[in-house]
Write a protein that binds this ligand. Sequence first.
Ligand SMILES: [Zn+2]
Length: 309
Amino acid sequence: MWFGVDIGGTSVKAAIVDDGGRLVAQQAIPTEAGRGPADLCLRLRETLRGMADACGMDPGVIRGAGVGVPAFLDLARGVVVEAINLGWREVPLAELLADVLGMPVSVDNDANLAALGEAWAGAGAGAHTVLCTTVGTGVGGGVVIGGRLHHGANGMAGEIGHMRVVREGGLLCNCGQTGCLETVASATAIVREARERQAAGMLPPDERIDGAADVARLARDHEAARRVLETAGRWLGFGLAQAAVVLNPDVIVIGGGVSKAGDLLLEPARAAFTESAQRLVAEATLLRLAKLGNGAGVVGAARLAMQRA
Ligand SMILES: [Zn+2]
């Protein structure tokens, strides 16, 4: 058994995962990052004990822990270099948690571990080369080759959200560049475009548009909302095609909140992918929706712990 942890800005998901990637027990606790990493480590120990007790399990059968953090990390040292959403800098998280839990602890970026989870026990199971993308507020990504995460020189491999797909006149991205895939294919972009159409009278003025789910709902009755999702989907497919030519993946997994729009997003993404990717690359690649939902992170964290044991 393995302990998988996925730290988010507001909540932390914790789970006991077996050798086959199944969730044996799971629980979410508030992050309360302001109380500091040492405090969170103690609360994680209590959570693990509580979950083990509830399923009549001796905590001694848990052989290691993996932790996903929304941060830039020094992977070799297990140090959180900077986690903007948590307000943490230079935190030796792997060491802190290992001391508290009394077991080996490995850390990685949260998007990478979601990718590892999907590649191991989700939509990419059994495939050799898997590119995973998480389309939510931003567009994240991770690359898994032969069952292992590919980090690149400094952990930036697979960050497809920051491919500059709009070469001229693109919008400013959080990363400081303009025209990143994230500026045209994320939930943020979908909401922005839908609100513009609403302001132009193309969508009902009294409908609240706060997330991609609102746009997906409006798409049932309104062509303008369908067009917004189609445009975002086409940008996503175009970006994935560029990445696919480099990676030649067997499977591309599309997850994150926006993927809940289903075919409204996936169909245009598939079409743009097939048009833009080199033919032999396109023929070899399956585009699939993610399977594990928001459990992908803890499953991937458990897999990381397993690989480091
Ligand atoms: Zn960017």
